[in-house]
Design a protein around this ligand. Structure first.
Ligand code: DGL
Length: 295
């Protein structure tokens, strides 16, 4: 199985694209709804929660886990890959959604040699909307800057947006909030529209139409779920040892939150009925049939 992890509902946007691109694979989705949102937590807290989530997905039999959460990937991925995995799980792999986004912006593969002098490319302005911790980590400006120094990255933290999405807030409330974040960004560009916009939080594609509405017309908004799906497909083609397409395909859903509430809202966000199985304090009582369903 391939594990996908997010603080809550956001990773469903990635799962949808990934499951469409890889219909023969089995997936296990884990939303840490009880602890969501992550974006306003400390780096150490996010690292601790992310490690625990990955450990849980490994324990369920996943050999590969995708951090379908920019906040977790920006604060924790490198640390987990370099310090923890080689010691604790040398045969397992962790990927994050940040890498395909950086590759798409820069046109430079993650593992390629970094350019030693400025590239002869047009200067571009890229806007990133993300959680507070993703912005504070500076992961996007740093990783993009290393590969494409001609790109200027301007970041806008949206500290309240993931919580409203998690709460299933009315769209009118989210529309006003998205407009304020877009206005705050545009003030800092002195009115110059960015060349490309990245929604650097997997929750935000759930309100992509509100961003499109608030941004100047015609701007390119990169689709992180599609980029992640393409990148994962290519990764699996290079790593045939991961997962076996012979197993029956399908997806199971786990949550640390209230499974009933999470299933209801999750089905709306995912676009088809999904039933989450509770784990942790909200776990289904022993003996209760497994509530997970395939898609
Ligand atoms: N969906 C997550 C991300 O991509 C995290 C949102 C949050 O929990 O604050 O950043």
């Amino acid at each position: 199985m391939i594990g996908l992890f997010d603080s809550g509902f956001g990773g469903l946007t990635v799962l949808r694209a990934v499951a469409d691109a890889l219909p023969d694979r089995r997936f296990l989705y884990f939303g840490d709804h009880a602890a969501a949102p992550y974006g306003n937590r400390s780096r150490d807290e996010i690292h601790h929660l992310t490690k625990a989530a990955v450990e849980r997905l490994f324990a369920q039999g996943c050999r590969l886990v995708v951090l379908a959460c920019n906040t977790a990937a920006a604060t924790s991925l490198r640390r987990l890959q370099q310090e923890w995995l080689p010691v604790r799980h040398p045969d397992r792999r962790i990927l994050g959604v940040l890498v395909p986004m950086v590759e798409a912006i820069t046109g430079v593969p993650w593992m390629a040699d970094l350019p030693t002098r400025p590239r002869d490319e047009k200067r571009r302005l890229v806007a990133v909307f993300a959680t507070r911790q993703t912005v504070l980590s500076n992961a996007y400006p740093v990783e993009i800057g290393k590969r494409a120094p001609e790109v200027t990255v301007i970041q806008q933290a949206c500290p309240q947006l993931a919580s409203l999405i998690e709460a299933g807030a009315p769209r009118a409330e989210m529309r006003g909030l998205v407009r304020r974040y877009v206005e705050a960004l545009m003030e800092r560009t002195a009115g110059r529209p960015p060349d490309v916009v990245m929604l650097g939080c997997t929750h935000y594609p759930l309100v992509a139409d509100l961003f499109a509405e608030a941004l100047p017309r015609g701007l390119e908004i990169l689709s992180q779920p599609d980029l992640a799906a393409r990148s994962l497909t290519a990764y699996l083609a290079r790593h045939p040892e991961i997962d076996s397409p012979r197993l029956p395909a399908g997806t199971r859903f786990l949550t640390t939150g209230d499974p009933r509430r999470v299933s209801l809202l999750g089905s709306q966000f995912f676009g088809r009925t999904v039933i989450f199985q509770g784990i942790g304090p909200n776990a289904a009582p022993a003996g209760r049939p497994d509530m997970a369903v395939g898609i």
